[in-house]
Design a protein around this ligand. Structure first.
Ligand SMILES: O=C(O)CCC(=O)C(=O)O
Length: 276
């Protein structure tokens, strides 16, 4: 038994590459966070539109709260040990009846972080199911070497390069159905993706992407980190500061810096570049 996850859940993560569902908060609490997101979108539309959903925890207090949620951090500790920091976060929003999807991919491919032992908690703020376009995983695929990804730049693909793994046995896929307030945690190398949202409601997932164990390093860009637990300091580590109020100048500056670094990393060697 870990701090929060059972022995079976921890084994499942290491064997299958993911664990779900894990209860984090009540459904009502999660829906309140979804409402806070909508209020922030109305107040600061340019800061949270479809092209600007990376690292918003550096600018918004309710997201800073989520990336520091003790239960989420306890689960992360159960999987990667007591010392870790946060690389970044992504709001994955699919509007009602929209065509946006996430192709089969492995996070470790373009993130530039080694070793490939980082973990992403994905918290559902609204229902995530077959109709709204939940994530699906190929169990055990994190144990194989990274697969080649074709860069499609498909306009409905949410990923930066529309990168996708061509040949997948989809009959193996496991769908991660989550109620608001539940999370999944997935491994850096697991093959995963998601289908469009065919429902009448928004599908909002908050990916804390990702928590890095001590010793992990960025190899394609600058080492920007938000320390979380234990000692993760390294010589060229650039510690990001937390916001003290929504859109305060500290947080906004830190977010700009982190997003620019991300764009440099995620588009390295790409033929095209999107606005995010
Ligand atoms: O939200 C989705 O549908 C996909 C998210 C994803 O690929 C990730 O969190 O790594």
């Amino acid at each position: 038994m870990g701090k929060i996850l059972s022995k079976q859940q921890i084994e499942h993560y290491h064997e299958q590459g993911f664990v779900a569902p894990v209860d984090v908060m009540s459904e009502d609490e999660a829906l309140e966070y979804a409402q806070r997101l909508q209020a922030a979108e109305l107040e600061y539309p340019a800061e949270l539109n479809a092209e600007n959903r990376n690292n918003a925890h550096l600018s918004f207090m309710f997201l800073d709260e989520l990336v520091h949620h003790p239960l989420i951090l306890d689960a992360v500790e159960d999987l990667i040990g007591p010392a870790f920091s946060l690389w970044g976060s992504v709001l994955f929003v699919k509007e009602p009846q929209s065509s946006h999807f996430v192709s089969w991919h492995q996070d470790a491919t373009y993130m530039g972080i080694t070793p490939h032992e980082f973990v992403t908690p994905w918290l559902a703020l609204t229902p995530s199911n077959l109709e709204t376009g939940c994530m699906s995983m190929i169990p055990g695929s994190h144990k194989d070497p990274l697969r080649p990804h074709e860069e499609t730049f498909h306009e409905d693909n949410i990923l930066t390069r529309g990168q996708q793994i061509e040949v997948i046995d989809e009959s193996m896929a496991v769908d991660l159905v989550l109620r608001p307030g539940q999370m999944s945690l997935h491994h850096a190398k697991i093959i995963h993706g998601s289908q469009p949202n065919r429902s009448q409601q928004r599908r909002v997932g908050y990916a804390m992407q990702a928590y890095m164990p001590a010793g992990a390093r960025q190899t394609l860009g600058e080492n920007h980190w938000l320390p979380m637990r234990g000692d993760c300091v390294q010589p060229d580590f650039i510690e990001l500061k937390r916001p003290t109020a929504d859109m305060d100048s500290t947080g906004s500056g830190e977010r700009r810096k982190a997003n620019q670094n991300w764009a440099n990393i995620l588009y390295q060697g790409a033929e095209k570049k999107r606005a995010y």
